[in-house]
Design a protein around this ligand. Structure first.
Ligand SMILES: NC(=O)c1ccc[n+]([C@@H]2O[C@H](COP(=O)([O-])OP(=O)(O)OC[C@H]3O[C@@H](n4cnc5c(N)ncnc54)[C@H](OP(=O)(O)O)[C@@H]3O)[C@@H](O)[C@H]2O)c1
Length: 282
């Protein structure tokens, strides 16, 4: 496993296991399988409704706690100082842990400044090892960065060959923040696994399209958390550290960028409305 050093010196695996849309009925088994196949970073969220089952997998794993890197997130409904302290305790309890490696604000909505205050406090108490945000556009990111004392270490954001986020990548680099791609395989959309240009590159390297795409992220210094429920794909998605894409491959992939998301539009006011309305508990 290769690691990225966060701005506070904490090492985060470059490649982890995503658990969005893994139903609670499958989550324990999937995460156990991910552990068996060498994954150490698990990405979840209160809003994925699978923290408890992931907690069971962690409990049953024969891996010491310091070898694991567990990331979870606070939902919009639980933003604000007091709410976030409560939500954090709930996530810890669900996961059966006494600290979280990376705690993130899930959406750039609600009272996330209040959340950040709570997160800074928990960080200082040693209950969180790294603080992050998700889906923060460049303006929101810089505004947060300039108004908090503990700076965000990770921005988890949609990124894949069809939405490459180059300016975001440059901006985060300038601020010493690691970019972690969600939807690194575009959630399988746009027929990514059958895309002719990606298939050509895959053939050339005798790899799968998924491996080419994940390798591309890593060569761009972007961390990844691909999700799959299939053990053979877990293995495939991890085997990306023993080959390199060349200039020509990178040029071809660069040309696939359409420059916007087809999954979710964070520039649209309806997104703020939907996210604020979405409740994950009473
Ligand atoms: N912060 C946020 O707002 C946010 C939003 C979305 C996601 N995330 C995080 O990012 C993680 C990854 O993103 P994602 O789950 O949305 O999408 P993704 O990892 O880009 O794609 C997952 C899809 O690709 C398929 N797949 C995976 N590996 C494959 C392979 N080797 N060959 C063929 N198909 C393959 C999976 O199918 P099978 O499962 O059937 O293999 C699934 O349909 C999430 O799980 C979650 O942890 C965060």
């Amino acid at each position: 496993m290769e690691y990225k050093t966060l701005n506070n010196g904490v090492l985060m695996p470059i490649l982890g296991y995503g658990t969005f849309q893994i139903p609670s009925s499958l989550a324990e088994q999937c995460v156990r399988s991910a552990f068996q196949n060498g994954y150490r970073l698990i990405d979840t969220a209160a809003a994925y409704f699978n923290e408890k089952e992931i907690g069971q997998a962690i409990k049953k794993a024969d891996i010491t706690r310091d070898q694991l890197f567990i990331a979870t997130k606070v939902w919009v409904q639980d933003t604000g100082y007091e709410n976030t302290l409560k939500a954090f305790e709930q996530s810890l309890q669900n996961l059966g842990l006494d600290y979280i490696d990376l705690y993130m604000i899930h959406q750039p909505y609600g009272d996330y400044y209040g959340s950040w205050k709570a997160m800074e406090q928990l960080y200082r108490q040693g209950r969180i090892r790294a603080l992050g945000v998700c889906n923060f556009c460049m303006e929101r990111f810089v505004d947060l960065f300039m108004n908090v004392s503990i700076k965000p270490m990770v921005n988890q954001i949609e990124c894949h060959p069809f939405f490459q986020q180059r300016s975001m990548r440059e901006m985060l680099k300038e601020y010493g923040c690691v970019m972690q791609a969600w939807g690194p395989l575009n959630e399988g959309q746009r027929n990514i696994f059958d895309h002719p240009a990606l298939k050509n590159i895959a053939q050339k390297h005798e790899r799968s399209v998924a491996q080419i795409v994940l390798r591309w992220h890593i060569q761009n210094q972007v961390c990844v958390i691909p999700k799959t429920i299939h053990p053979e794909r877990m293995i495939e998605n991890q085997a990306v550290f023993d080959f390199e894409l060349d200039e020509e491959d990178l040029k071809q992939i660069a040309s696939l960028d359409i420059g916007y998301s087809e999954i979710i539009d964070y520039q649209c006011y309806a997104t703020a409305k939907i996210m604020n309305k979405c409740k994950i508990h009473d």
